[in-house]
Design a protein around this ligand. Sequence first.
Ligand SMILES: *Cc1c(COP(=O)(O)O)cnc(C)c1O
Length: 419
Amino acid sequence: MDSKTLYAKAQTLMPGGVNSPLRACRYVNSDPVFIERAQGAYIWDVEGRKYIDYVLSWGPQLLGHCEPSVNEAAHKAVDLGSSYGAPCAGEVELAELIAEIVPSIEMMRMVSSGTEATMSALRLARGYTGRDKVVKFIGNYHGHNDAFLAAAGSAAQAVPGTPGVPEDIVRHTLLAHYNDLDKVREHFETVGDQIACVIVEPVAGNMGLVLPQPGFLQGLRDLCTQYGALLIFDEVITGFRMSLGGAQARFGITPDLTTMGKIIGGGFPVGCYGGKREIMEHMAPCGGVFQAGTLSGNPVAMAAGVATLKRLKECDYDALEARTTKFTAELCDILRGKGQPITLQHMASAFTMYFTDRPIRNMNDTSTTDCDAYAKFWNQMRDQGINLAPAGFECTFTSFAHSDEDLERTLDAARKVTF
Ligand SMILES: *Cc1c(COP(=O)(O)O)cnc(C)c1O
């Protein structure tokens, strides 16, 4: 069945024809293609068209699709049973690897998605501190938990404070703009004794890529310590991406709790939250804070996660960053040569080209981007076999599987775009 027929059918069966809203490609005035298979840096749609993929499942496929060691581990695991609902060795192995790579995570719990990880971390922070309030940044996305769906970035842009979220719940969510330390300080000065935690994407990746300004993360660390609140780094995107040890290793700042997802499952559904042992021991069955999951620590996902992290430990992050730096700079030059104002924001293998000449430090700044121009760019790139994020301020990724030839071919395609 072709993409058009599938999409028509899907729209009768699933809201908008999709299982996650951005996939519908509405921000780029387009329709989705249906994907049949993937390999390395490429995906193929059901029509057999090949694309160089810069979405990479929104982050997880840092090694490229179908990394042989990951697939082999998953195949082996599935032959031994797909789920037991009982402990398995893979959980211990993955936990040991994570604790080794990210030392702030002394103890952790596996879940099945990033949403579950942040939801559980928030409950733990509340249970541990006996306080209810959470400080969250406008334009940061932490999954679709009620408490975090106030001003949740471009993924949830169309529904700020979505219907269905009780006012009673979001009244405990205190907002601040990203990089606005003064506002966070003000919250602490007003209700500091009620704030359980500050949750932050240490590099923001859900309003495009926005870097923390010097002193911002340290300032959050200091305020949390001063007021006895927990600092939660949501490293669902940045974990194993900004460096092997994530953003916390790159910036040298230690959160109390960290949430992870995406890359740690190597493409399988895995999330994880963890941190200081003394805090984590408040989780049941050690402590009173409840959280559980039928498929948590799933043996197939654990095996894929272990294989992914082992492979990543051998990868040259600096080389990928250098190649990505060169590639994105050239891509921007091409677009600027066509008269488009472009602000490039980039770190490691993640980047966003905003169609604006203003620097982007927070969600407000994104309002000047030219979404129509991005849509034109996106559609013409897809027609030429280049798959970019289907929204003007989302993160775009390179992977260890992208070859110089892939990057060159992408630049050639960009040269042919007209506005
Ligand atoms: C994707 C994402 C989540 C949610 O993860 P899911 O696996 O989609 O539930 C949470 N936080 C951040 C920073 C994310 O990018």
